[in-house]
Design a protein around this ligand. Sequence first.
Ligand SMILES: *Cc1c(COP(=O)(O)O)cnc(C)c1O
Length: 425
Amino acid sequence: MDKKHNLGTVCVQGGWQPGNGEARVLPIFQSTTFKYSSSEQMAKLFDLEESGYFYTRLANPTNDAVAAKIARLEGGVGAILTSSGQAANFYAVFNLCEAGDHFVCSSAIYGGTFNLFGVTMKRMGIECTFISPTASEEEIAAAFRPNTKLLFGETISNPSLDVLDIEKFARVAHEHGVPLIVDNTFATPINCRPFEWGADIVTHSTTKYMDGHATSVGGAIVDSGNFDWEAHAEKFPGLTTPDESYHGLTYTKAFGKNAFITKATAQLMRDLGSIPSPHNSFLLNLGLESLHLRVPRHCENALKVAQWLEKHPKVGWVNYPGLESNKYHELAKKLMPDGTCGVISFGLKGTRQEATEFMDRLKFIAIVTHVADARTCVLHPASHTHRQLSDEQLREAGVPADLVRLSVGIEDSADIIADLQQALS
Ligand SMILES: *Cc1c(COP(=O)(O)O)cnc(C)c1O
């Protein structure tokens, strides 16, 4: 593929580049292993002296083709796929931090990531300080320590829909000699490419819009290749000093701009093994082929629904960064001029019970624990994911009892609004 091709062309044709007489469509290399006839060649692969396939936990042609497409979409130098978004965020952080290290993170992030960073990684000796998504540069800087290794945030947070000021976060990270990692799941590279605003590493839960059809859990990590690890060598010994498990190879010296992503594969994937099945990567690739068509439709529908909800007398409030009334509207317009995402949160005037009744009356809008796929769906955290909490505790968790999360799909917007209308009346 040509370097100058636009995103829509990369969505359809990026990644798999068939040679003469080869399958036009990305094949599923459903094989754990790959054949060699010389033992010397195999030895070179093990020493990372030559590139090639030998075992699917380390690399697989189907997975690699899809990772290459995602790297192109984000404008990065390399990417790897993981078995879930959780694994992607864990690897991205663990590739830079070890026991005794610290990192700083916006508190407006996905609940699963919040628990991974605040509880599980703490058990591994890695500490995380959470800061407000609207913290000033001084407030962000105040959370840094001598052992801080990175800064983390989500472009548009799930489910609170806070928009990250990527330029500001990148500036503070770089002033402290560390990279900014951005989870770009909700915006997707169609709406925002965080590297253009200074982020160094991007992660995804491909489970959401990238797959887009709710078929496969998956994740991705993309490296911009822009962060100069050698310039801050003392902070990142894992990248800048010899890896004994690879006969003393130093990632920055051997792989240059690909040091980060090569270490994530060669070391973390080798030892921890959260790879996607090649079959799931094939399905993810089919989703990516229409990402540039689906994302604008999600945004167009969500804006219409959000504007309609805002005017409805039974609706107390609507949170959607695409609305002019939203506190992030200006920032969203700058980072995402073509639209934000398809997820809206809103509150009904009335009780928790009435919110439940509203949802039960919906017809084709289904109640599911998922967001960001083709079918419109709804979730009431107070009755589902957070049902053990009192109204008071819900407020403290930033999930008020009346909050309804609506993931607007790509059906006809008039039908989505009609379904909401009949349930509200
Ligand atoms: C869903 C989600 C995750 C976790 O991804 P899984 O694929 O469910 O493991 C991480 N970050 C964000 C922003 C998400 O929405």
